[in-house]
Ligand binder design. Structure first.
Ligand SMILES: C[S@@+](CC[C@H](N)C(=O)[O-])C[C@H]1O[C@@H](n2cnc3c(N)ncnc32)[C@H](O)[C@@H]1O
Length: 228
């Protein structure tokens, strides 16, 4: 199934960035909340791991906000990471790119922040739960996990409202029918879980200060801190 996710994003890589602002309503607020939740000073030399980094959109924002950070980008799709490689071509020492399935393979290294945007909802509940444990394992004491992702509505009515709101918002932003149908094909790989389920799995993995810092319909930024 995950081979399917990789193939879907391999096919999307060349055009992925173009329609992002239309397909992610309140794009600046959503990504801005994720970057703003990283609790370090601008000059700190932090190490960041970006899970499902894709073409490097979130990594690029973090790199701008924290100019001394070094970022490891992992993704199952070589084509998506190929676009990221071009994005960061002028600063190869700051960005390490790894093709891997973060659900199947161990996470390596030690990080001050593990981040992710719009990726972990491709895992089912058990896989998310296991991933949250692995993320906890690679964080330094005091480190944070920040996931900017889509969450499932708590009821089928809420989920239907999320879907209706998203369709209305993307159409208001003038998305083309081609970009919309490509997004709908990618969304067939989604296995979203509710925010409450994920909060519980984060706490179970050992995270403290589990919270949600942003929410707009299905788009949420949430996570926790590793602190004894
Ligand atoms: C919607 S894109 C988001 C990319 C980027 N984070 C952003 O915000 O634009 C989802 C990305 O997650 C990657 N992905 C999904 N499941 C993955 C897995 N198990 N391991 C690694 N990457 C995965 C896909 O290949 C894709 O590049």
């Amino acid at each position: 199934m995950r081979a399917g996710t990789g193939a879907v994003f391999d096919g999307a890589a060349a055009n992925y960035d173009r329609a992002r602002r239309q397909l992610v309503p309140l794009f600046d607020d959503f990504y801005g909340a994720a970057v703003g939740a990283i609790p370090y000073g601008r000059e700190d030399e932090i190490r960041v791991l970006d899970l499902g980094a894709g073409t490097g959109l979130l990594s690029a924002m973090i790199a701008r906000a924290f100019p001394r950070t070094r970022i490891t980008l992992v993704d199952i799709s070589p084509e998506m990471l190929g676009v990221a490689r071009q994005r960061f071509v002028d600063e190869p020492a700051r960005f390490e790119l790894r093709v891997m399935d973060y659900a199947e393979e161990p996470l390596l290294g030690e990080y001050d922040a593990v981040v992710s945007a719009l990726s972990i909802h491709h895992l089912d509940g058990d896989e998310k739960r296991e991933l949250f444990r692995k993320v906890y394992g690679v964080l330094r004491e005091g480190g944070v996990f920040i996931n900017a992702d889509q969450v499932l509505g708590e009821t089928s009515e809420t989920e239907a409202r999320y879907r209706e709101a998203w369709l209305r918002q993307v159409r208001e932003r003038g998305v083309s029918e081609g970009d919309l149908s490509a997004a709908l094909v990618r969304m067939r790989e989604d296995k979203s879980s509710t925010l409450d389920e994920q909060r519980a799995w984060l706490e179970e993995a050992g995270f403290r200060e589990v919270g949600c810092w942003y929410k707009d319909y299905s788009f949420a930024v949430y996570g926790g801190c590793k602190r004894d």
